[in-house]
Each structure stands twice: as C-alpha cells, then as structure tokens.
Design a protein around this ligand. Structure first.
Ligand SMILES: Nc1ncnc2c1ncn2[C@@H]1O[C@H](COP(=O)(O)OP(=O)(O)OP(=O)(O)O)[C@@H](O)[C@H]1O
Ligand SMILES: Cc1ncc(C[n+]2csc(CCO)c2C)c(N)n1
Length: 255
C-alpha cells in the first residue's frame, strides 16, 4: 500500500485446488462476458460473491441450468441493467438485491463499498478482491476499472481484475516478485505506465528486460513482452504501474 515495500504475487485464485485460501478472497462480477470455466474457478477460490447490477444477468446466462448452485451473496447497483426475470429469480432464491441510486459512483464502486462494510462488520482483515470483467467493452468503463485499481492500491493490499483473456493488477512503487504458473498463464505480458508521468523500471524473468529504464505513456511502454518458460518475474518500479498477463487459452476451457 504505497510504502515502497517488497511484495510477493501469484494467481493461486486461478488454480483448481484453492479451497484452503478461498476464505480470504471475495468476487465482484461485472456486466461483461465470461466463460463458465473461468467463473467456476473464481467462484471456488472466493468465499463471498457479489454481482454488480447486470453482472447478475451474465451469471444466470452463463451458468444456465447450474445457476442455482452458484447463488451470489448480493446483487448491488443502480439496477438499470438487471433484467426483471433475473431479479425475480434471485429474489425467489433469497438473494438480496439492493438498489443504490447514487449517480456519482459506479456499480463496481458500490460493490466494493459493500466489501468494506462487510469487513467493518466482521472486524476482519481485508479480503483480496477479484474483479471479474471490466477490462473490455466500453472504453470509459475499462479506464474506470483501471483507475479504480490504482485508487484501491492506496488502501488495499490485493485487488485483481480478470477476464478470459487477461489478469492485471497494480504494482505499487517498490519491488515485486511475481510467481508465474505457466500452466495457467500464457506467454504475453505488459508493464503499462498508466496514470503516472514516468517510472524507472527494472525487470528480470522477461524476454525483454529493462534495467533502470524510464517508462512513460508517451515514451517506452513495455507491451507484447514475453514470460520466459520456467522463470518467475521480478519488477522494481519507482511509481505504480499496471502489470498485465495473458491467460492460457486452455485455462478458459478446463474446469
Ligand atoms: N461495456 C462495458 N465495458 C466494461 N465494463 C463494463 C461494461 N458494462 C458494464 N461494465 C462493468 O459492469 C458494472 C455493471 O454494469 P451495468 O451494465 O450493470 O451498469 P452500467 O449502468 O453500465 O454501469 P454503471 O452504472 O456502473 O455506470 C459497471 O459498473 C462496470 O464496472
Ligand atoms: C463528473 C461526472 N461525470 C460523470 C458522471 C456520471 N456518472 C458517474 S458514476 C455514475 C453512476 C452510474 O451508475 C454516473 C451516472 C458524474 N456523476 N460526474
């Protein structure tokens, strides 16, 4: 959380056997397409599940006749996208559907506020937050998701955004060890200097490494970089930077 410390990262929440760590994570489902395979993996590695408004439509439409086995703990938002049939379905199953009309915060923000409230009530440590969706589709929403990752990094340890194609999170200023599971992650990755003037980057474990090199949005942007088989990644950055890595296409299909 912005203290220039050294952090360890992994994507254990994408593994098949994460049940021992599910209790520390929560899932926010946005209104964007996702595969049933990805949803099931994330569901099993999280202990609380919230749909942002039309995210509930996606859940029902993706799970079809297995929807009753994956009931969310909450549907929250301004509810302008939630279909009446989906609302009726979840209400009939006892799922709380909560309308929040605030026009200065997005449905994603409304869900995160619920997580903060949950932590306050439980007097528990912070949950890790997995955001499903929000990285494609409307550009304003996509940029909002990334901006929110940046804002949340100031107050929370771990927030990830994931789709069938990518997983990304903000690496705060400091050093980062990123454990790479090559059975889950694809080859391509990027270090994207979003929202900062510039950063000084050093890396190892990439095909194209940098050493004390300046990176900025109107200068060097490390896109289309590659992971190296068998290696983990190390990043040192003087300013927060967005780390993104492609998911292996097989992890979208296998449940
Ligand atoms: N086209 C999109 N591209 C990227 N993210 C999206 C898109 N549509 C929705 N989302 C994400 O899903 C959440 C719920 O979306 P929904 O469609 O239900 O409501 P919205 O009215 O589009 O969003 P909001 O009310 O937050 O502006 C949004 O807050 C956003 O994070
Ligand atoms: C400066 C400014 N720009 C845009 C919005 C619009 N807006 C932002 S979040 C939100 C809620 C969507 O469910 C809406 C309508 C605003 N309020 N203030």
């Amino acid at each position: 959380m912005g203290d220039n410390s050294s952090s360890q990262w992994n994507v254990d929440f994408l593994r098949h056997d994460p049940s021992n760590t599910a209790s520390k994570r929560v899932l926010v489902i946005l209104n964007q397409p996702f595969s049933a395979a990805l949803l099931r993996r994330l569901w099993n590695s999280t202990c609380w599940h919230c749909c942002a408004d039309g995210g509930a439509n996606r859940l029902v439409d993706t799970l079809l006749d297995t929807a009753a086995s994956y009931l969310p703990d909450l549907v929250k938002g301004d509810l302008d996208s939630l279909r009446p049939d989906v609302r009726e379905y979840y209400e009939s199953k006892g799922v709380p559907v909560v309308k929040d009309d605030d026009q200065d915060s997005t449905d994603l923000m409304k869900c995160v506020h619920e997580i903060i409230e949950k932590e306050r009530k439980e007097r528990t440590n912070q949950y890790e937050i997995i955001i499903l969706g929000g990285l494609a589709g409307r550009l304003d929403q996509t940029i909002h998701t990334i901006s929110y990752l940046y804002k949340l990094r100031k107050v929370r340890e771990r927030v990830y955004a994931i789709t069938d194609d990518n997983v990304c999170w903000v690496l705060d200023s400091g050093e980062h060890q990123i454990e790479i599971d090559h059975t889950i992650l694809g080859m391509t990755c990027g270090l994207l200097p979003v929202g900062i003037e510039s950063t000084i980057l050093s890396t190892s474990g990439l095909r194209w490494n940098l050493r004390d090199h300046s990176s900025s949005f109107d200068g060097l942007v490390s896109s289309s970089n590659h992971l190296v088989p068998g290696e983990n990644v190390w990043v040192k950055t003087s300013k927060p930077i967005l780390w993104t890595v492609e998911l292996r296409s097989s992890s979208r299909r296998v449940i």
